[in-house]
Write a protein that binds this ligand. Structure first.
Ligand code: ADP
Ligand code: MG
Length: 619
């Protein structure tokens, strides 16, 4: 008979343990952590009841870094040691960021220019991975003390346009604090999940995310519970801060202020920010600044921000167009980001889409809540069949082939995770190494795409051109990270690389690349046709010249002259000719050399037969 178990008073019962995983919105301005607690997924507050953790870290001494509100308070008096907006540094090169307004006051470590931009602080050199790790650590601490349990993992959200390097560095940050990443999840997908839109059968969702400094629009398509990102767009220099600046300008103008010192300017901006917040709830706000008093009305605010609002709507239009949809095709609009609390934003969105956006969930919390729901599924508290989330590659991934052409291996908008393989061969006789160049983009020429990585496959056994078989496999995992493997099939020699691009790619860059491929589609096609004709011609010329070297005796003098003349004609046109002309001349060489080719074939088959028994040949 089994012993009855008696639990200690106050101790845990023996019910199957509820495993704890959190959702983390690692934001540019603020970060949040959420978890499933009883009634549903909730954002977890810190010990002071705050659920928004400013994504700011102060490194003023060699002791523990200070994170959040306390760090934010040091922005003004200790700017060189206080790092905000580190998310904007992830996956970037130093040269891209060191002179931007957000970061120009920092001392960067020039030695580490190739790795992530690293800032010199009183507590040592800090790169954005370390800063992100410190923010994650603060969130984990909050969650563990709130839940009184050890975390088993987290789902961390990233912008839909984050590239491989930015995603990898986000994971690296989690690794630094031993936090298991169950999955990186696109922010817009998380927001749609928070509203339960994944439980519908199908539909198109626009996620409108207007934060403090950035604006992102994503168009998700839902089919049978599966999300795909159809298009993304946005503006990395548009956000709530711009609205603050407009109010500040308005006050300066009304008060007749020309110049302000740094301190007063910071005060004015913070004042403007608070006015903006109040205007989300009232029609008019009184202003008192440096002896000037007046007021700003909601109508006035609407007027001065008209251009900013227009820009957000234009972006929505572009994203819908990119997805080849019409505004009527959009079933739901999800509002994300603190700035979508502004009535002017909500009204403009409603007017453009012809329906009210979803605003029930706090726009600050919606991404974190979606991440928490996903975390709960992934850790095994819910059936994974409940929903399945998929994302897509924002740009095609390809490989450089002869003639500096790009062969696309994984086309843009392919649902990930995905693995695709294609076979390639050598170009030259006796070639024993192959240089692989991984590129990203939609254009036909390598020079018009982004170079992601290069590596080499060595020790290919020497064979005639075109005989070796090299299989190249591209694999994108669920987090959007790319691994490329090349394998020579006869020897099983392999070479592999994980792609970490040296600089970033944002929504604007993606948009520009797509636009450029659209604008140049015809020219690109012509260039490709020309390069392909040139390569084919060159291969034929090379083949004939090596055949002549070996079997020149099979040629009649007349034939030889004809072939040489045809080759000379082609060579004269090689650079300037059109693809059709080159093609025609290649055919001509083929024609005049066909007799020679036939005689060589007969000779070599005869030789082969002499050396082996009939049985062997038939096998
Ligand atoms: P991020 O995604 O960049 O971390 P958030 O989504 O937290 O940014 O949004 C921060 C922005 O939202 C700030 O510009 C802030 O002023 C603005 N914001 C927050 N609450 C309100 C409000 N009630 N009315 C207007 N703007 C607001
Ligand atoms: Mg945000």
């Amino acid at each position: 008979m089994a012993l009855l178990q008696i639990s200690e008073p106050g101790g845990k019962s023996s019910a199957p343990a509820h495993r704890i995983a959190v959702g983390i919105d690692l934001g540019t301005t603020n970060s949040l952590v959420s978890a499933s607690c009883g009634s549903g997924v909730e954002v977890l507050p810190d010990e002071h009841g705050n659920y928004l953790l400013p994504s700011i870290v102060n490194y003023s001494s060699s002791t523990e870094p200070v994170v959040g509100i306390a760090a934010k308070e040091r922005l003004v008096d200790d700017p060189k040691n206080t790092i905000a907006s580190a998310k904007r540094l992830l996956g970037r090169a130093l040269s891209e960021v060191s002179n931007t307004p957000l970061f120009q006051h920092f001392d960067f470590d020039q030695e580490q220019a190739d790795a992530a931009p690293a800032i010199i602080t009183a507590a040592g050199v800090k790169n954005p991975i370390q800063v992100s790790a410190d923010i994650l650590k603060a969130l984990v601490d909050t969650a563990e003390s709130c839940l009184k349990a050890k975390l088993e993992g987290a789902v961390i959200t990233v912008p839909a346009y984050f590239n491989d390097a930015q995603r990898q560095q986000t994971k690296d940050a989690a690794k630094l604090i031993d936090l298991k990443v169950l999955r990186l999840l696109n922010e817009p997908t998380a927001a749609a999940v928070a509203y339960g839109l994944d439980s519908k059968d199908q539909g198109n969702v626009v996620v409108f995310d207007l934060g403090g400094g950035t604006f992102d629009v994503s168009l998700l398509s839902l089919q049978k519970g599966v999300f795909e990102v159809l298009a993304t767009g946005g503006d990395t220099a548009l956000g709530g801060d711009d609205f603050d600046h407009l109010i500040a300008d308005r006050i300066k103008q009304a008060a007749g202020i020309q110049e302000l010192n740094l301190m007063d300017n910071a005060k004015l901006l913070s004042h403007a920010n608070s006015i903006k917040h109040q205007l989300s709830d009232s029609d008019s706000v009184a202003v008192d600044f440096l002896g000037w008093s007046g007021s700003i009305s909601a109508d006035e605010f609407k007027q001065i921000t008209e251009d900013l609002i227009k820009r957000t709507i234009l972006t929505c239009r572009r994203v819908i167009r990119d997805a080849k949809l019409e505004v009527e095709d959009i079933d739901n609009i999800v509002m994300v980001g603190g700035s979508t609390r502004m009535p002017v934003v909500r009204e403009a969105v409603e007017e453009y889409f012809g329906k009210a956006p979803l605003t029930d969930i706090d726009p600050d919390k919606v991404v974190a809540i979606g991440a928490g729901i996903q975390a709960d599924v992934l850790i095994g508290n819910k059936s994974a069949d409940d929903f399945l989330l998929l994302d897509v590659t924002p740009l095609s991934l390809g490989i450089e082939t002869m003639g500096e052409l790009v062969e696309k291996i994984i086309p843009r908008n392919t649902t990930i995770p995905v693995a695709k393989a294609q076979e390639f061969t050598t170009f030259k006789d006796g070639q024993t190494a192959m240089s692989l160049h991984v590129v990203q983009g939609e254009r036909e020429l390598v020079s018009d795409c982004r170079s992601l990585a290069r590596f080499e496959l060595r020790d290919i056994p020497p064979m005639v051109a075109g005989a070796a078989k090299i299989r190249v496999t591209y694999q994108v995992d669920a987090d959007g990270l790319l691994s490329v493997m090349a394998e020579e099939l006869s020897t099983a020699k392999t070479a592999e690389i994980q792609v970490k691009p040296s600089y970033g790619l944002d929504a604007d860059a993606i948009e520009q690349m797509l636009q450029a491929s659209h604008d140049n589609a015809k020219a690109d096609m012509e260039v490709r046709a020309l390069r392909e004709a040139q390569i084919e011609a060159q291969q034929l010329i090379d083949a004939i010249s090596s055949a002549k070297a070996v079997d020149g005796n099979l040629l009649s003098g007349d034939e030889s002259l004809q072939i040489d003349a045809a080759i000379a004609q082609l060579q004269a046109l090689f650079e300037e000719g059109t693809s059709a002309q080159i093609h025609e001349l290649t055919e001509e060489i083929n024609r005049v050399s066909s007799g020679f080719a036939a005689r060589r074939m007969d000779l070599h088959i005869g030789e082969a037969l002499k050396g082996e028994t009939i049985d062997e040949v038939e096998q």
